[in-house]
Every structure is written in structure tokens, then in C-alpha cells.
Design a protein around this ligand. Structure first.
Ligand SMILES: Nc1ncnc2c1ncn2[C@@H]1O[C@H](COP(=O)(O)OP(=O)(O)OP(=O)(O)O)[C@@H](O)[C@H]1O
Length: 611
């Protein structure tokens, strides 16, 4: 078992009161939190049920339980380890609240209906959901929201939607993810008995990744804190890894911790056990450029290693090829395995050239908690359109038509499809022929089908003359596809669906006809694209809390990392999280041409490398 250093030990042995553990990356804060739980149970007779450990992701809760198990054995299963959302879900259910969760596409449809009732158009539904969620995460109700945005026409329309959205959800007993938190907060704050019950059941409250906890979550935690002499509230955080400001989280959580929670004790863990001194210096030089932070000197006793390697590439394809060569060199020597390597990027769409390169050179990989580029919904739909256009009167064409007929939404339901299938069957024709000849009574369906046929038919006729990239372009215009896609945007900084289809268009330009492109994309269903022992590909946000012997941070150009829409200090922290995942070797790569345009190398590279 790993021996804690003296500071970790002090933090792990903290018993009663409030404590904030401020830690640098790789300094064992997660390890310390686990040990503290074990210490409370083993050495202080605290019943495991009296302890709650809140983590940022379900994976993190699971990882913590696995670490606890060897120490506490069966007792480990009795400690409540959960994300704050799942904790709130259970709380509401336990208190007898009846509700269903509204999320994903259902939430989009729901908000669209509200917009329709309010006659509001031209505001992306994704933006509306983001704004409402941000407001709720900041405990801003509908009236305050409207007051806050007096004079701002768009935001006032959003305020209108917010108001009706709340009322409609209430009527239908629906809660979205933020409501789980909000309703729990109201319940805990408003009902003394319930609050008391939870305060009594959890005498020790521990929170991981406190830097990414938003104002609403802080308020929930305050309701749960037990002020009894023999209780504790213990958080660990790294202000430099705060990367979720889009949910209302703020570095201020840590900077002001001792003001919000007076008489709290602070522990600083500044010894990094993960990285070489060279990698740590890169982290330090980068983060020194941020002003909003707690000054820390990052230290490690680890042996020296290689300097960070910078790779400049002519474009994304070349960047991928250079990655392939490096990875081959590293793995062929037998020193490293593919699973020791992670490729991190700021935006999801950056995986496309890398996946292409890996496929071509048989490098096994997997996308961490996500799907391969060619399996992503917005990409797959366009590929299905191409498949249909290529061969509409075939079984494959029928299959593709079933997938695309209602995207974007044409209000086609099961009854219509059953009718179409049986109409076509009786006449022994494929579905598209059936669709063109079947009498359609409902006026709006008639119009949607007519529009669909008018767009698709010329493409089918000219398929031999058109290249896949041209067809994709026409489809994007004709279907108003980009709008459809961006409306589908669920709040996330790295959800870049339009960038994904831009990438698809770029790669499709390499193929002269649809079958060649489709055949190529089909190969990504193979095992090598989802090999858990392969190289891990993921966004920096997904890499939070993880570590790898070798890390490649790619796409280090201005506009990408830092992202053009991001706030610069937050973008720097994102980069910091990425590079601090590396244990032995760090590679920083950038293309001087990105998406066919000149790109400037990221200012972060200069900061990381400066003397
Ligand atoms: N005292 C120690 N001795 C040896 N190794 C340690 C010690 N403390 C932590 N480690 C190791 O250092 C690595 C980082 O630990 P951990 O993931 O807990 O850090 P962290 O502070 O949560 O990191 P981050 O915030 O960057 O995700 C792990 O491999 C862990 O086993």
C-alpha cells in the first residue's frame, strides 16, 4: 500500500470541522480522500453509512470504491460514494417526490414545443437550454433572469421560454438534470425536518474536485453540513484545474473558501507523484500566466526525464502521421504499450484525422467515453443520406431511408412508416418508389415528403457526376442541416457537431464516389477502433483525474487551444489539465494549416516552452 507523505497524512487524519485540501495535479488528492474515509471507519469507529463522498463523475466514484475495497473490504460498499446529481436523485425519490427525468432529445423536443407556444424562433434551442441551466445553477429564478436582462431582446425571449418551460415541467412532473439539484436544494432549505434528517445521517461529508462545484451545488452542500462537534466537511481541489465555468463553477470556490467557511483548516499538497520534473516545469510555466489562482510551486521527487517534444506539422493529416510514427517508435521498442498512451484534444472533431491515421497504420485505439468519429450521430446521418442517394432502389437504400426519413424532423410517425412499408410491399417496389407514389392525405406530411423528394431526386440522378463532398455540401444547405445540428447541442464546451461535419466534408473530398467513402467509414466498426488496450483518445475535459505514461496534446493552435470562444484563463487551465496527465513523456503538436487555412501556433506553447 502507498505510504502517504506527512502532508497527505495530516489531511487524511483530519477529524472534525471544515477542511480544504488544496493540491497540485498528481499530488494524491483523490488518494488522500480515499484514505481519509478509510481512516474514519477503521480508526475512529465511524459507521460507513455516516460518510458521503461526492465525486465529479460516476467513473471517479467507482474508482474510489475500488481503492477503498482493499482497505475496508465489505465495509467499502456501505460508504455512500456518488455524484452530486445521483445523490440528489436518490434524495428526491426517498422523500417521495414523483417525477420523471427530462433529458437528451426529449428535453430538446420539450423546449421546442415551449418555443412554439411562445412563437419564438431563430434562437437555437441548445442556447436556450444552456442559458436556463446556467441560470438555475446560479440560483437565478425566472423573474430575476428577466430583470437581469432588461433591454436585451434575445435574453428576454429566453426568459419567456424559461418561465413557460418551468410551468410545463411542473404540470407534467418532469425534472431536468439541473432541476434534480434545484429541487433538492429547495427541499433541504425549506423543510427543516428533512434537512435535519440528512445532516444527522451524514456526519462526514467529503467532496472531490471542489473547484468544479457550482453555486447551486455549494448551497446544497451548505444545507447538508452538520454543525455537530463530531462531524466534518472536507473538500479537495486544485484551483488550476477548474474547467467547468460553463456550468457556473468558478475558481472563486477555492479562492474564497475560507471566507465562506470560516474557521476552516487548509492543507496544501504540493508534491507531485505523477510526472517528471520536466513535465511539471511545463505545467508551472504555463499556469504562471494566470492571475486568478493560488500561487503554488509544483515539486516532484521523481527522476528526471525527457523534455517535452514539440511537433509542428504541415496540416492535421501530417500531424496524425507524425503521431503514428512516434507511437510506432515508442511501442515497437517494447518499452511502452499502446494503452500507456493518450491523445488529448480540445474539441471532439480533432479525433477525425487521428482516427484516420491510426486506421491506416493499424494502431489500435478507443475513444474514452465516446464514439468513434464515423459513428457520431451527426456524421452517421449524412453518411446514411449518401448511402441512400447512391442506391435508393435496393435493400440497403431502404435501410438508409428508414434512418434518414425523419432527420431533420418531418413529423413522420410509426403509422406513416407502416403504411409506406405495406404500400411498397404490395407493389413489390422499394420504399423510395413507394414514397413517391403513395397518396398522402395529411397536408404537412405531403409537403415534407415533397420537399424531401425534390432535394434528393436530382442528387440521385446526378450521382455519377457529383463527388461525395459536393453532395454533402448540397445536403447541408438543402436540409438546413447545420441549424438542425447546432440546435441539438447539449451544453458542453467540447460538443462541436458542426466541426464534426466540417471534418467529414474535408475527408470526403479524398473520395471520388460514395461507395469508396462508405466502404472506408465502415471499417471503423472494426475491433481496432474500440480496443480498450489501444491508445486512448479523448477531450481534455474527459481526461480529468486520469494519468498516462505518455500524453500527446494535439491541435495546439490559436482558435483551437485556446478555443476562440473561451475565456483565456479557463482555456489555460484546460491546457494545464491536459499536460498534467502525463507521467513520463509529453508531446505537444500543432498543424500550421488547420481546416485548409493558415493556423498560428498556440500562445500556450510559447508559454510552456519559455526559459
Ligand atoms: N504518497 C505517495 N506515494 C507514492 N505515490 C503516490 C503518493 N500519493 C499519490 N501517489 C500517486 O500519484 C498519482 C496521482 O495521485 P492522484 O490521482 O490521487 O492525484 P490527484 O491529486 O487526484 O491528481 P489530479 O488532480 O491531477 O487528477 C497516482 O498514481 C498515485 O498513486
Amino acid at each position: 500500500m502507498i505510504r502517504l507523505n506527512s502532508r497527505q497524512k495530516e489531511a487524511a487524519e483530519f477529524l472534525y470541522g471544515t477542511a480544504c485540501v488544496i493540491a497540485c495535479p498528481g499530488s494524491g488528492k483523490t488518494l488522500t480522500m480515499t484514505r481519509r474515509i478509510a481512516n474514519l471507519v477503521k480508526n475512529h469507529g465511524v459507521s460507513p453509512e455516516r460518510i458521503i463522498g461526492l465525486t465529479f463523475t460516476r467513473n471517479a466514484a467507482q474508482a474510489m470504491r475500488e481503492k477503498l475495497y482493499p482497505i475496508l473490504e465489505d465495509l467499502a460498499t456501505r460508504v455512500d460514494l456518488a455524484t452530486i446529481h445521483s445523490f440528489c436523485y436518490s434524495l428526491l425519490k426517498q422523500e417521495g417526490k414523483t417525477f420523471e427525468i427530462l433529458h437528451g432529445n426529449e428535453q430538446l423536443k420539450f423546449v421546442r414545443q415551449v418555443m412554439k407556444k411562445k412563437r419564438i424562433r431563430n434562437i437555437p434551442v441548445g442556447l436556450i437550454i444552456r442559458e436556463i441551466s446556467l441560470a438555475k445553477n446560479n440560483i437565478i429564478d425566472t423573474d430575476e433572469f428577466a430583470d437581469l436582462y432588461t433591454g436585451d431582446e434575445t435574453m428576454l425571449k429566453i426568459a419567456d421560454v424559461y418561465r413557460l418551460y418551468e410551468a410545463e415541467k411542473k404540470k407534467k412532473l418532469l425534472l431536468d438534470f439541473t432541476d434534480l439539484l434545484f429541487e433538492s436544494y429547495l427541499l433541504l432549505k425549506g423543510e427543516k425536518e428533512i434537512r435535519q434528517k440528512y445532516q444527522d445521517s451524514y456526519t462526514h461529508l467529503l467532496i472531490d474536485e471542489y473547484q468544479d462545484v457550482g453555486p447551486l451545488q455549494v448551497e446544497i452542500l451548505k444545507q447538508l453540513i452538520n454543525n455537530h462537534r463530531k462531524s466534518s466537511f472536507w473538500v479537495c481541489a486544485d484551483d488550476c484545474q477548474s474547467i467547468y465555468s460553463f456550468t457556473g463553477a468558478s475558481v472563486g470556490n477555492i479562492l474564497n473558501f475560507d471566507k465562506v467557511f470560516q474557521n476552516s483548516q487548509q492543507f496544501i499538497l504540493d508534491t507531485n507523484y505523477r510526472s517528471t520534473p520536466e513535465i511539471l516545469s511545463c505545467c508551472q510555466r504555463l499556469i504562471d500566466h494566470n492571475t486568478k489562482k493560488i500561487d503554488k510551486v509544483l515539486r516532484t521527487k521523481n527522476s528526471t526525464g525527457a523534455k517535452a517534444t514539440v511537433i509542428d506539422a504541415t496540416n492535421e493529416e501530417d500531424e496524425a502521421l507524425q503521431l503514428v510514427n512516434e507511437i510506432k517508435g515508442l511501442t515497437e521498442s517494447g518499452t511502452y504499450q499502446f494503452k500507456d498512451i493518450a491523445v488529448l484534444y480540445r474539441a471532439n472533431s480533432l479525433s477525425r484525422p487521428i482516427e484516420d491515421g491510426f486506421k491506416q497504420h493499424q494502431i489500435p485505439y478507443h475513444i474514452e467515453n465516446g464514439s468513434s468519429f464515423y459513428q457520431r450521430h451527426e456524421v452517421k446521418v449524412l453518411l446514411d443520406y449518401l448511402r441512400f442517394i447512391n442506391n435508393p432502389d435496393s435493400d440497403d437504400g431502404d435501410d438508409a431511408l428508414r434512418k434518414i426519413i425523419n432527420i431533420p424532423n418531418r413529423y413522420i410517425g410509426k403509422t406513416f412508416m407502416t403504411g409506406l412499408e405495406s404500400f411498397s410491399n404490395k407493389r413489390n417496389v422499394h420504399l423510395f418508389q413507394g414514397l413517391k407514389t403513395m397518396p398522402i392525405e395529411v397536408p404537412y406530411l405531403k409537403k415534407f415528403i415533397k420537399d424531401f423528394v425534390c432535394l434528393i431526386e436530382p442528387l440521385i440522378q446526378d450521382v455519377a457526376q457529383l463527388e461525395p463532398a459536393e453532395i454533402i455540401h448540397i445536403l447541408r444547405e438543402g436540409l438546413d442541416y447545420d441549424r438542425y445540428i447546432s440546435d441539438d447541442d447539449i451544453p458542453s464546451p467540447d460538443d462541436s457537431k458542426i466541426e464534426n461535419i466540417n471534418q467529414l466534408q474535408l475527408v470526403s473530398a479524398k473520395y471520388k464516389d460514395i461507395p469508396a467513402l462508405i466502404n472506408y467509414t465502415e471499417t471503423f466498426k472494426e475491433e481496432n477502433s474500440n480496443n480498450k488496450d489501444g491508445v486512448a483518445l479523448m477531450t481534455v475535459h474527459k481526461s480529468k483525474g486520469l494519468e498516462f505514461p505518455i500524453v500527446f496534446v494535439i491541435g495546439m493552435t490559436e482558435g483551437v487551444m485556446p478555443n476562440k470562444q473561451g475565456e483565456i484563463e479557463e482555456e489555460r487551465r484546460i491546457c494545464f489539465v491536459g499536460i498534467s496527465r502525463a507521467m513520463n513523456l509529453l508531446y505537444l503538436t500543432y498543424p500550421i494549416n488547420y481546416m485548409g487555412k493558415n493556423a498560428t501556433r498556440s500562445r500556450f506553447l510559447d508559454e510552456i516552452l519559455e526559459d
